[in-house]
Write a protein that binds this ligand. Sequence first.
Ligand SMILES: C[S+](C)CC[C@H](N)C(=O)O
Ligand SMILES: N[C@@H](CCS)C(=O)O
Ligand SMILES: [Zn+2]
Length: 332
Amino acid sequence: MGRGGGTTETATAVDPTALMRDFLRETGGCAVLDGGLATELEANGADLNDPLWSAKCLINSPHLIRKVHLDYLEAGANIIITASYQATIQGFESKGFSTEESENLLRKSVEIALEAREIFQQTRVSSKQHPVLVAASIGSYGAYLADGSEYSGDYGESVTLETLKDFHRRRVQVLAEAGPDILAFETTPNKLEAQAYAEILEEGDVKIPAWFSFNSKDGVNVVSGDSLLDCASVADACSQVVAVGINCTPPRFIHGLILSLKKVTEKPILIYPNSGERYDPDKKEWVASTGVPDGDFVSYVSVWRQAGAQLIGGCCRTTPNTIQAISRSLNK
Ligand SMILES: C[S+](C)CC[C@H](N)C(=O)O
Ligand SMILES: N[C@@H](CCS)C(=O)O
Ligand SMILES: [Zn+2]
């Protein structure tokens, strides 16, 4: 797998927890995740005002995706998350791609991240060990809807557990087989979707581990209003899930949410908050006024670490500067 220090490949095949356990041992107990991918693509000139959002760059500008992955690796990230958050077979098909072409675009998201890791490891001058995992992003059904409903988690009554399983199953399979180390089910807005993910993993066709990460806008529940404790319990009960956490949530809520997670799981906790700004789904823009500057964001890091988070990074509107500051604050 070329993670740059791992000895765990054989163990991982039989024990899903081995990958995360050995990775965290190699990183000294705490690892650095990357920052916002889509928003950093925008900072590099990409126009994401499209139903595919960041997945549009898989079609038009894969070089930008590779650049942003490399920028995060240079900033100190131990985990890079692929550009597949809003990449779905259904979304690509509605743009006129065939099923085969759509599946190839999913694979491409993983290939770009693997390539970035390869470049980083070959050109790295420091001899200090720096393990790197590639996590394949799986955004929610709400992300595919492209109306910001991953921040409401309200899909209406016609969307059932089976709808969500049927929506995600093939996508998850294709991404898992493209060679990432782990699947990142992220910005998960409700319990039903977490159950769908767990049931897909339990069907047995997906051979790699996963993390489940939820988002909150009140610091107590996930965005739909479902109990975070219930959602995290679904993750905890699924043996393929090797870390549970919170992403794309304002930094000020994170400490309390870590304490809640610890009530229901002993699995490693990951947190990668956004900048604290609000997303306007109609304009596909961030409302800037309430944002937390990089410096303030990073001042929370030691508190999150002390509270028990073992994987710390950033989500939307965080940058390589944020990640470098997180990395320094964790003495990397
Ligand atoms: C995490 S949100 C900012 C992703 C974008 C959203 N699904 C949209 O398409 O507007
Ligand atoms: N991994 C995605 C998450 C969006 S909430 C990104 O950083 O663009
Ligand atoms: Zn985000």
